[in-house]
Ligand binder design. Structure first.
Ligand code: NDP
Length: 313
């Protein structure tokens, strides 16, 4: 069976940053890219907030840059999905990963960078306008809607945060709440209610998205108490109904919270298994930014290096 010092699972900003650091530390990392090579940023049109790109960058182009940088330092980047893990509880033990349900490989350190996937409503129109009005990240895409009217769907802390963020850029933000109350914390709700250009529509669901070949023009909504339908003019539709961390393969082994986010030690990316580290959105439900994911990817690689060095001592 192939054995490596370091295997990185996932190819978003966290995984590639981990790869760059691990490769420069001569850990000869092997990366399995997973189902969505490049991760969530490959579904964004432009990334304007990653430091170093003065004029912004296309999400796919940025991930290609990160891939090239990781390869420059001899990371082996492989297609393949990790479908099973047998992690060792022993310090210095081999962790066994099954790739595509067939091949097995082992590593002394594993960096989990499997990310998270935004939840969408499941309307066919979401797919149609993805990147042309539909977004799941206001901090990433809000700027492109400056001066325009937008809609936010969701009633949790993320939705409240996205709506207040967008309200600084947009003349009008409409929040669609499917029940008669919000799930968000009281403090976040108060912030929403105190923001004059946010209109909250209670008991309101999205029926369809309306637009043309240039993008979104409106959102068709329905009050689920009265069945009344209306179209809200909007060029942006921000879906903020939660994320699913891509951590199913670690269930029953690695400690996670009740929603599946991996729990890491304070000030560290260490999990409850020696030599297994976690970076990026798989362990972060609060910030979820490419730059924070990259930061924790760096931490995971440095901690892998220290762990391996300590084994040799
Ligand atoms: P949540 O799961 O808390 O909320 C999801 C929201 O989306 C709910 O209000 C839910 O409505 C709504 N929703 C779900 N499905 C649909 C649908 N099909 N149509 C319409 N609405 C729908 O997710 P969040 O991302 O907001 O938060 C995740 C976690 O992260 C929470 O623990 C939150 O507190 C935390 N967080 C903390 C932040 C902070 O501290 N600054 C910032 C962001 C998140 P309903 O209420 O009716 O079920």
């Amino acid at each position: 069976m192939e054995q490596h010092e370091c295997i990185i699972i996932g190819s978003g900003p966290a995984g590639y940053t981990a790869a760059i650091y691990a490769a420069r530390a001569d850990l000869k990392p092997v990366m399995y890219m997973g189902l969505q090579p490049g991760g969530q940023l490959t579904t964004t049109t432009e990334v304007d907030n990653f430091p170093g790109y003065a004029n912004g960058v296309d999400g796919n182009a940025m991930m290609e840059d990160l891939k090239n940088q990781a390869e420059r330092f001899d990371t082996q980047i492989r297609f393949g999905l990790v479908t099973k893990t047998e992690l060792s509880k022993e310090v210095g033990g081999w962790h066994t990963l099954t790739i595509d349900e067939t091949t097995q490989v082992q590593a002394k350190t594993v960096i989990i960078s499997t990310g998270a996937s935004a939840k969408y409503l499941g309307l066919p129109a979401e797919e149609k306008f993805m990147g042309f009005g539909v977004s799941a990240c206001a901090v990433c895409d809000g700027f492109f809607f400056k001066g325009q009217e937008v809609v936010v769907v969701g009633a949790g802390d993320t939705a409240a945060e996205e709506a207040t963020y967008l309200a600084k850029l947009c003349p009008k933000v409409t929040m669609l709440i499917r029940r008669g109350e919000m799930r968000a914390s009281k403090a976040m709700q108060n912030r929403v209610f105190a923001t004059k250009n946010i209109e909250v529509l209670w008991n309101t669901e999205t029926v369809d998205l309306v637009g043309n070949d240039k993008g979104l023009t409106g959102v068709l909504v329905k009050n689920n108490q009265t069945d009344e339908e209306k179209e809200i003019p909007a060029t942006g539709f921000f879906v903020a109904i939660g994320h699913n961390p891509n951590t199913d393969i670690f269930k029953g082994q690695i400690d996670m919270d009740e929603t599946g986010y991996i729990i890491t030690k304070h000030d560290s990316t260490a999990t409850n298994y020696p030599g297994v580290f976690c970076s990026g959105d798989a362990q972060d439900k609060i910030f979820r930014q490419a730059v924070t994911a990259a930061g924790t990817g760096c931490m995971a690689a440095l901690e892998s290096e220290r762990y391996l060095a300590a084994l040799e001592d």
